[in-house]
Design a protein around this ligand. Structure first.
Ligand SMILES: [Zn+2]
Length: 60
């Protein structure tokens, strides 16, 4: 059986602006904003979201 590559994941990112750490969904369909300063941390691309913040950890 093949491994499913497009698994949904949660990613821990750090906002480059205010250093807030936040867990976001890797396949979010909407832009994800920092809860502290509203900087965009991830943008939807149709598939996996484009992560803009600094990735600290990938959680499965
Ligand atoms: Zn921020």
């Amino acid at each position: 059986m093949k491994t499913q590559e497009l698994k949904s994941k949660f990613i821990k990112v750090r906002c480059e602006k205010c250093k807030n750490e936040q867990i976001i969904f890797s396949k979010s369909a909407t832009p994800v904003k920092c809860l502290v300063c509203s900087e965009i941390l991830a943008e939807p691309t149709g598939g996996a979201a484009k992560i803009i913040g600094h990735i600290l950890e990938v959680l499965s």
